[in-house]
Ligand binder design. Structure first.
Ligand code: AMP
Length: 313
């Protein structure tokens, strides 16, 4: 009863106002699976090239991530993403993308992957996301992420993929771009009208919101004084969210709300260092401590207000 993820496994080169890293393990599936591995058993479907070294794979192995469906093309090169962040760390600027082995990728799922209970369709070409979705017929919950590139270039395919999932997890700019509606609440209603049961809108340093047809739930981001590298924060959020849900028997509204907090907790650690470095060495005690901090930060008591004394000047 595992959690399956399809997405990019990449080498990222990232520049932020605080530093630069020429090459580090990244990609939606890598960030997602390392984060989710703290909660559940994860399987990756993806592709890497011959340059994906034993020490890169070791990072996934160390988190007990099942890579038997992570295809390796020995004479190909791993997907590469070059990005930059300015002082507004909520906006990633793509400098270059080298698809490499991703250009010819055809997801092949083993019987084990096909029987996954939960599925995350990480940020890749929407036709590929759909190919995976259609092979996991018995999944209880399927979630999807995407990005501006696919909204711009493959909109029709993306809309078809969205129709077949239960949860959409995107950021606020993507929700607006996808619908052409500037108001986020209206944009959310529109996306939900296409079929998904829930929509999560990630808002970077401003937190995240969960929309369903009947309810709305919003949380702040964990207040960090130094954000170092936001790369992968979205996928790390999704990993915490889906990983926690995967550990639960009942996937109801209350579980989704707790999963939102675990997603935010994991994302808050991710941004403290380059790439997956901080999340790699997390402990369950640290995760639980930050979960409790979230509870405290958002707690208030309901005391009915009555004005006993009329206001005087
Ligand atoms: P995010 O969680 O949104 O910050 O995602 C960052 C990750 O997305 C990076 O580690 C990149 O390797 C990966 N990425 C960037 N562009 C693409 C793309 N076009 N297709 C797949 N993955 C990508």
């Amino acid at each position: 009863m595992a959690l399956l993820v399809v997405g990019s496994v990449a080498f990222d080169a990232v520049e932020t106002p605080f530093g630069k890293c020429e090459k580090m393990l990244g990609g939606s599936a890598a960030h997602f699976s390392i984060s989710a591995s703290f909660f559940t058993h994860v399987q990756i479907v993806g592709v890497v090239g011959g340059d994906f070294a034993a020490e890169d794979k070791q990072i996934l192995d160390a988190h007990d991530i099942d890579t038997s469906d992570l295809e390796c093309v020995p004479d190909g090169k791993t997907f590469r993403w070059y990005g930059r962040y300015d002082y507004d760390l909520n906006v990633a600027h793509t400098l270059n993308t080298e698809l490499n082995v991703f250009a010819e990728f055809k997801p092949k799922l083993s019987e084990k992957s096909k029987s996954a209970r939960l599925v995350f369709l990480g940020n890749i070409q929407p036709d590929l996301q759909r190919e995976v979705r259609e092979q996991v017929t018995g999944a209880e919950l399927v979630a999807l992420d995407t990005m501006n590139l696919w909204i711009e270039n493959t909109r029709e395919s993306l809309l078809r993929t969205i129709k077949g999932v239960d949860v959409v997890i995107i950021n606020d700019a993507e929700a607006r771009q996808l619908t052409g509606v500037p108001n986020l609440i209206k944009a959310a209603r529109e996306i939900l009208s296409w079929g998904p049961k829930a929509l999560i809108v990630k808002r970077g340093e401003y937190g995240a919101a969960l929309f369903t047809k009947k309810s709305y739930f919003a949380i702040p981001a964990y207040p960090l004084e130094s954000v170092f590298d936001p790369t992968g924060a979205g996928d790390t959020f999704a990993g915490g969210f889906m990983g926690y849900l995967s550990s639960q028997q009942t996937l109801d509204d209350a579980a989704m709300r707790r999963a939102m907090i675990f997603g935010s907790v994991m994302a808050s650690f991710n941004v403290e260092e380059f790439g997956t470095a901080r999340v790699q060495r997390l402990t369950h005690a640290e995760i639980n401590e930050r979960f409790r901090a979230f509870k405290q930060m958002t707690h208030f008591e309901e005391i009915p207000f009555e004005r006993a004394v009329p206001a005087t000047k």
